[in-house]
Design a protein around this ligand. Structure first.
Ligand code: PBG
Length: 330
């Protein structure tokens, strides 16, 4: 070989040419930070299976929200952790106008009017059995009855000031029902982020510890409403339905093991597509970081960039604050 026409390493040689040919970038604009809120004042609780993540009372949540604004993170995703006496079979607490989530939304909106707040629309924090909906005598989650409650819950979030409601329950027809109710009540600007392709995943374990639903759920599972992780055509169909029913943004969840689905959704439908790097993905990486087996900053950024490469417009991640801080320091 006298000479090589194509030396791929030429462009990789220096930082300036690596920068010029870089196809994807991660910015703080891409991040959504999930947060757990509890009752009380000046309260923090660690979540053992999610090192670095705490459940905090509303006053501390507000302080953290201000930090997110400073870091340039556009939105937080709010998850209330309610006490046992607030849980019931009909999940009435879910739409209490003065409930924990509703009060937290109001407080954050007041302190940080420009920060996006996305609320979780699902009944699992409020049911005694930890399922996302209302069950019949056999334990089956009843679709249409549940949708009626989800509509009330979503309206109460919009009324409290949430700019984005995010149904994570996987009932059929809930996006359309929520959209119709929002329109009817005059909340025409409320955005819907649909957990469209939400798989029945074991990666949600640490989250269920964090919101305290794992004990209630016990050996129960969510197979008859969350998707079978063997499927991708079904994900496309779910996304199409949610869009037809009025979703503004769609989500794939979990994230890292499902980047093929993220790619299909973004490339086939070309709509605002988000992915959730869920609690189990966070926990397994943190375990390796804390053991010194992987380098936190590099692996965290590599994992988040991979979402962008797959086509995600944004990522829900428990690393949002750490990543935004790192991006600012560069
Ligand atoms: C509840 C909900 C779950 C997550 C977000 N909303 C858990 C579940 O469906 O059991 C999981 C988030 C995570 O694991 O980080 N509907």
């Amino acid at each position: 070989m006298a000479f090589l026409l194509n030396r791929m390493r030429r462009m990789r040689k220096d930082e300036f040419s690596r920068r010029l040919m870089r196809e994807h970038r991660l910015s703080s604009d891409d991040l959504i930070y999930p947060m757990f809120v509890i009752e009380g004042e000046n309260q923090r609780q660690v979540v053992p299976s999610m090192p670095g993540i705490e459940r905090v009372s509303i006053d501390l949540l507000v302080e953290e929200a201000k930090e997110l604004v400073e870091l340039g993170v556009p939105m937080l995703a709010l998850f209330p952790v309610v006490e046992g006496d607030k849980k019931s079979l009909l999940a009435e607490e879910a739409y209490n106008p003065n409930g924990l989530a509703q009060r937290a939304v109001k407080a954050v909106r007041e302190a940080c009017p420009d920060l996006g707040i996305m609320t979780d629309v699902a009944l699992d924090p409020f049911t005694t059995h930890g399922q996302d909906g209302i069950i019949d005598e056999t334990g089956y989650v009843v679709n249409d009855v549940t949708v009626d409650v989800l509509v009330k819950q979503a309206l109460s979030h919009a009324e409290a000031g949430a700019q984005v409601v995010a149904p994570s329950d996987m009932m059929d027809g809930r996006i359309g029902a929520i959209r119709e109710a929002l329109e009817a009540e005059g909340y025409i600007h409320t955005r819907i982020m649909a957990y469209s392709a939400k798989y029945a995943s074991a990666y949600y374990g640490p989250f269920r510890d964090a919101v305290g639903s794992s004990g209630n759920l016990g050996k129960g599972n969510k197979f008859n409403y969350q998707m079978d992780f063997a499927n991708t055509d079904e994900a496309i169909r779910e996304v199409m339905l949610d869009l037809e029913e009025g979703a503004d943004m769609v989500m794939v969840k979990p994230g890292m093991p499902y980047l093929d689905v993220v790619r299909r959704v973004k490339h086939e439908l070309g709509v605002p597509t988000f992915a959730y790097q869920v609690s189990g993905e966070y926990a397994m990486q943190m375990a390796a970081f804390d053991n010194g087996w992987l380098d936190k900053d590099s692996v965290m950024m590599e994992s988040l960039l991979a979402f962008k490469r797959a086509g995600a417009d944004g990522i829900l991640t428990y690393f949002a604050k750490d990543a935004a801080r790192l991006l600012l320091s560069k």
